[in-house]
Design a protein around this ligand. Sequence first.
Ligand code: PLP
Length: 239
Amino acid sequence: ILGIKYNAIKSLENWQLDLYTIKKTLNNVKIIYICNPNNPTGNLINQNDIIELLEITQGKSIVVIDEAYIEFCINYTIVHLIEKYSNLVILRTLSKAFSLAGLRCGFVLANQEIINLLLKVIAPYPIPEPVSDIAIQALNRKNLILMHNNVNKLINNKKKLIENLKKCHVVKNIFPSKTNYVLTKFFNSNHIFKALSKKGIIVRNQDHNIGLSNCLRISVGTNYETTRLISILQELSSY
Ligand SMILES: *Cc1c(COP(=O)(O)O)cnc(C)c1O
């Protein structure tokens, strides 16, 4: 939107960081932005690679790690590294595991120095009071437990979804997921996308993305939704 120059560095074939290319293009880079776990692939980025990047960019660039989906694999957060690396910024949101996408609230975790910089440029009164009231409630002990229980239920549903997807003949490959969606490669994703859409099931088409041809990103739903999706895919598999 602001016309800032950016370099998008393609990930390796295993969807890990291409540190070799990243290192070559670091000159004058102010911010490096990495989504972990990644969207739409659902994989984690190797922590050692992130640490290496933090080491070589110290005093030069800010490394922003977008942890939008981290509650689905909270053991892999790198929040503890903030103490060690003054150039690390972590982004979180209430839009995913907290089910509060409509609230439009997220937060930044970083060292005081970076927070102070943000305070200089942030608009006055940026968060409406009803939003901050609800955000505070969402983060209290009782509601954190609720979120945690929902995450566990979702992870169970994900297991069931993956087991059943494996049995569908229209499915070519299912990629490992640490998130609340499963990237799935079909033999003919456009056909599947349309058939699901006709039945009122919306998945995210990734067919246009580099390296993701014939891939759909399926969000993990409720038990009922998973069962319905699988029965439609099984029907499509029987032709
Ligand atoms: C959802 C999401 C966010 C956060 O979105 P907001 O609703 O604007 O808080 C950030 N990064 C990724 C990759 C996401 O999928």
